[in-house]
Design a protein around this ligand. Structure first.
Ligand code: UP5
Ligand code: MG
Length: 199
């Protein structure tokens, strides 16, 4: 087996997982303001690739996202690897990888090929709360997947495909579970505590 691109000494990777609308992006943005992190949202990278003129995989990405399905790992891992390399070249070492890995194959390949993660922040939030947040955001977000049909599909994929990833890391003792059904700043206090303890 080949070595990962980066070692754990060179790069700190924190995976930020949780259901659609749990608040991953919101909390990562706050962490970036107060700490020396680069925030890489796999969903944002995929949406940017979808919108890029001349992208050969744009239509495929749009289909997967609208259906709430997981885009084939080759595409997402390459986008993440490129983004990490680019930031590392600018002297950055700490990365929040938001919304990834959300399928077992991605978890294993990323750690084999790019870098093993340090730990996982898992945002735990009831579906009713996430649905409310996403429907509200959908009024202005312009996201192809912020509508009831897509949201229900995203919830199903999260339960069936992404929760096994959380359980896989839980067995390794790498997961910090954070309850997210609280105001943003209260959630953030717990997030910061986890970061200060674990990194
Ligand atoms: N909000 C946030 N926190 C709040 C709080 N504590 N109290 C009250 N309101 C709160 O938040 C969502 C909304 O809730 C916002 O309006 C916010 O103000 C409010 P946000 O921080 O955006 O939540 P987040 O968890 O980031 O929700 P998001 O919709 O981005 O999560 P998803 O996981 O669904 O989306 P992502 O962009 O990661 O992925 C989209 C799709 O891309 C996937 O469904 C999949 O098709 C594809 N994908 C892949 O195929 N592979 C990947 O590796 C990643 C994505
Ligand atoms: Mg997000």
């Amino acid at each position: 087996m080949s070595k990962p691109e980066f070692s754990k000494e060179q790069v700190n990777v924190v995976f930020v997982l949780g259901g659609p609308g749990a608040g991953k992006g919101t909390q990562c943005s706050k962490l970036v303001q107060d700490h020396d992190f680069v925030h890489l949202s796999a969903g944002d990278l995929l949406r940017a690739e979808q919108a890029r003129d001349g992208s050969e995989v744009g239509a495929l990405i749009k289909h997967y996202i609208t259906e709430g399905l997981i885009v084939p790992q080759e595409i997402t891992i390459q986008l993440l690897n490129n983004a990490i390399k680019e930031s590392y070249g600018r002297g950055k070492h700490n990365f929040l990888i938001d919304g990834f890995p959300r399928k077992m194959d991605q978890a294993i390949t990323f750690e084999e090929v790019v870098v093993p993660s340090k730990f996982v922040l898992f945002f735990d939030c009831p579906e009713t709360v996430m649905m409310e947040r996403l429907m509200e955001r959908g009024k202005t977000s312009g996201r192809d997947d912020d509508n009831v049909e897509s949201i229900k599909k995203r919830f199903k994929t999260f339960e069936e495909t992404s929760m096994p990833v959380v359980e896989y890391f839980e067995k390794q003792g790498k997961v910090v579970r954070i309850v997210c059904d609280k105001p943003v700043d209260e959630v953030y206090k717990e997030v910061e505590r986890a970061i200060n303890e674990k990194l």
